[in-house]
Design a protein around this ligand. Structure first.
Ligand code: C5P
Length: 225
């Protein structure tokens, strides 16, 4: 069976606050998406890397994409889950192929964390995800006032890649419009399965807010220094 990386990159980045979506913001002269693509294409254990962009994407074609393993699908949907479901449907993957869904916006994923996920999931019956133990104290409440403190032991922040067999993932994402599905693991959990948790890394954060670009640039610079 093959290992296929599927990168949803069809978001508008509304929290990011720029007209150009965050996946096309430049980092060291390359779009953020190119850094993400390079990490996955650089992994010898991954056979195909497929990017899902929006049908109305005006940016992808203005860059060159020399990576031999790279494929692009103009199949983005209204939500991240829908973009992943559309991409998966167009992949022509075998049921048993592994699909590693990875956010375009997590451009600082390290080769080590990616390899750890591949090693620890191995040929698990379900699959698994990278996740980071919660370090901060967690508060519940609306802006303005605390309602409660949530015990943080056993709390994890889900990252990507999230790695599942193509057949199981397609079944789980049949209801991609369900708002409870905020990542692939949550869809798999709704089927009654318990995906593996593999320790990720703080650096594998999702570029979301305007200041995040400078942080990502610093992480990538330190790695390539
Ligand atoms: O918006 P957020 O940062 O949670 O998006 C996570 C990833 O999902 C991003 O890489 C984004 O481009 C992608 N996405 C997508 N289709 C959407 C919304 C988000 O592919 N409709």
């Amino acid at each position: 069976s093959q290992r296929i990386a599927l990168i949803p990159a069809a978001g508008h980045g509304s929290r990011f606050g720029t007209a150009t979506p965050k996946q096309y913001q430049l980092l060291h002269g390359q779009p953020l998406l190119a850094h993400t693509v390079n990490v996955l294409c650089g992994c010898a254990a991954i056979d195909r890397v497929v990017v899902v962009i929006s049908p109305g994407d005006e940016w992808f074609d203005s860059y060159s994409w020399p990576q031999a393993k790279l494929e692009v699908l103009r199949a983005g949907g209204a939500s991240r889950a829908q973009s992943v479901a559309n991409g998966l449907a167009a992949l022509a993957a075998d049921e048993d192929d592994w699909v590693l869904v990875h956010d375009a916006a997590r451009c600082c994923l390290s080769p080590d964390a990616l390899q750890r996920l591949l090693d620890e999931v191995g040929d698990d019956a379900i699959g698994g995800i990278l996740a980071q133990p919660v370090a901060d104290t967690v508060k519940q409440g609306k802006v303005g006032r605390i309602a409660a403190t949530v015990p943080r032991d056993n709390l994890w922040l889900a990252q990507t890649p999230q790695m599942f067999r193509a057949g199981l993932l397609a079944e789980a994402l049949q209801d991609a419009a369900n708002p409870a599905i905020t990542d692939e693991a949550s869809a798999i959990e709704l089927l009654g399965h318990a995906p593996r948790l593999v320790v990720g890394e703080a650096q594998n954060f999702k570029v979301t807010w305007p200041g995040d670009l400078a942080l990502a640039a610093a992480i990538l610079a330190a790695r390539h220094a």
